[in-house]
Design a protein around this ligand. Structure first.
Ligand SMILES: Nc1ncnc2c1ncn2[C@@H]1O[C@H](COP(=O)(O)OP(=O)(O)OP(=O)(O)O)[C@@H](O)[C@H]1O
Ligand SMILES: [Mg+2]
Length: 386
């Protein structure tokens, strides 16, 4: 009885000028779950690798046209992750040694012993797998490090700005009180005939509006900094939130504005719609800030797409727009308090700072990717479970 052989799940590229050899090997490897893509020579192999990313290449060293060694060098140059197993003639092991010097994973002499070949293929495949996960982990660590650098800077900036906000709050209150008092005086019957009364009233209105605007900003700043020190501001508002519903609610609040600018807003949701463990009121505020920015950055005929994704651990809300995009130097600063590229009265530069504060407090992350002239994507990542 034949022993049960393990079945693999691997795709390889077999490069050999002998069509019969390719057919036989492809058939035998195919029975063991190794899918074989074929190329008759180096040129074709390189072309195929451009279209179909294959990590393991099994290649004859002696081929008409481009030699196996040349093809190997070019494959390693363009696809450094790929591993190449060379097939050499029986009497030509020196070729194999040369191949290893040029970056081959290993060499086998023809005629190839099937089990041996399969073993080499799986070893190469596993090596690539290990390399990939190590790289992913390094990338993940780098991202976390960057987020921490951003967070530290924002906390420092926020602390400084909120110190100023705190100082300004008192004089603001005094200005508002005094303006109120003046208004009361103006309202008295004996003031009815006062010269230029209307001008005084207008000036008081301007003072009132300016104070209101300043108070919104100081309030926002203090809010972010204050909640930063507590774990979750109001744990009673945390719940499992249907993200699709919340996103649709946020859209309904900005839809008419978007429509009047000729911008379409679309929702793409995983099924079933993902949910997150979060505070819906706070998250709504973040969504509205992001939507407002996207609408402001996008012209007629533009599109905003909100995509919802989920895994076991986390849910993602991606807000993508086809707007102006953000330059590299600005990208590092957009989450800072008061950073704005908008004119006076159009933006205070608080939207993203407040959003960052809220999302971090909710135990999530907010990140941005953008290309000038193409658009921007803001991604909020939130925990799924309590
Ligand atoms: N979707 C986007 N597309 C292009 N630029 C953006 C986008 N979102 C943010 N920005 C840039 O980031 C800056 C900061 O955004 P933020 O929301 O913090 O402040 P603001 O929109 O300028 O003012 P506020 O939100 O306080 O009204 C913006 O001025 C803009 O330059
Ligand atoms: Mg904004």
């Amino acid at each position: 009885m034949e022993e049960a052989k393990p079945v693999h799940d691997i795709d390889i590229l077999l490069v050999d000028d002998e069509a019969d050899f390719r057919v036989v090997i492809a058939k035998r490897l195919g029975r063991r779950g190794i899918r074989v893509h074929e190329a008759p020579g180096g040129e074709e192999a390189l072309r195929l690798l451009e279209e179909t990313p294959l990590d393991v290449v099994v290649m004859d060293i002696k081929m008409p046209g481009m030699s196996g060694i040349d093809a190997l060098r070019r494959i390693k140059e363009r696809h450094p992750v790929a591993e190449v197993i060379l097939l050499t003639g029986h009497a030509n092991t020196q070729d194999g040694v040369d191949g290893i010097k040029s970056g081959a994973f290993d060499y086998l002499s023809k005629p190839v012993e099937l089990e041996h070949l399969i073993r080499k293929i799986t070893q190469a495949h596993n090596k690539i797998g290990r390399f990939r996960s190590a790289r992913q982990e390094a990338e993940f660590r780098e991202r976390v490090k960057q987020q921490m650098v951003v967070a530290e800077r924002l906390v420092a900036l926020g602390t400084m700005a909120s110190g100023v906000a705190h100082e300004i709050n008192n004089p603001l209150a005094i200005i508002q009180d005094a303006a109120g008092w003046l208004r009361q005086i103006l309202a008295k019957p004996e003031m009815e005939d006062m010269p230029r009364r209307g001008d005084f009233e207008k000036a008081l209105d301007r003072i009132h509006n300016a104070v209101q605007r300043a108070r919104v900003v100081t309030h926002q700043l203090l809010q972010v900094v204050r909640t930063q020190s507590t774990e979750l501001s109001d744990p009673t508002r945390m719940r499992a939130v249907d993200l699709k519903q919340l996103v649709e609610e946020s859209i309904s609040l900005v839809e008419s504005e978007a429509e009047s600018k000729g911008i379409k807003i679309l929702v793409e949701s995983a099924e079933p719609p993902p949910s997150a463990w979060t505070d819906p009121y706070q998250l709504l505020q973040v969504l509205l800030n992001l939507l407002a920015n996207s609408i402001q950055a996008t012209g007629a005929g533009g599109r905003i797409t909100i995509a919802l994704r989920a895994s076991l651990e986390e849910a993602k809300v991606e807000v993508n727009d086809t707007g102006s995009g953000i330059s590299k130097e600005n990208l590092n600063r957009i989450f800072e308090p008061f950073f704005t590229t908008k004119g006076v009265g159009e933006g205070t530069g608080m939207g993203l700072y407040v959003s960052w504060g809220i999302v971090s407090k909710l135990g999530g992350l907010i990140a941005v990717e953008s290309q000038v002239g193409q658009g921007s994507t803001f991604t909020i990542t939130l925990p799924v479970k309590r």
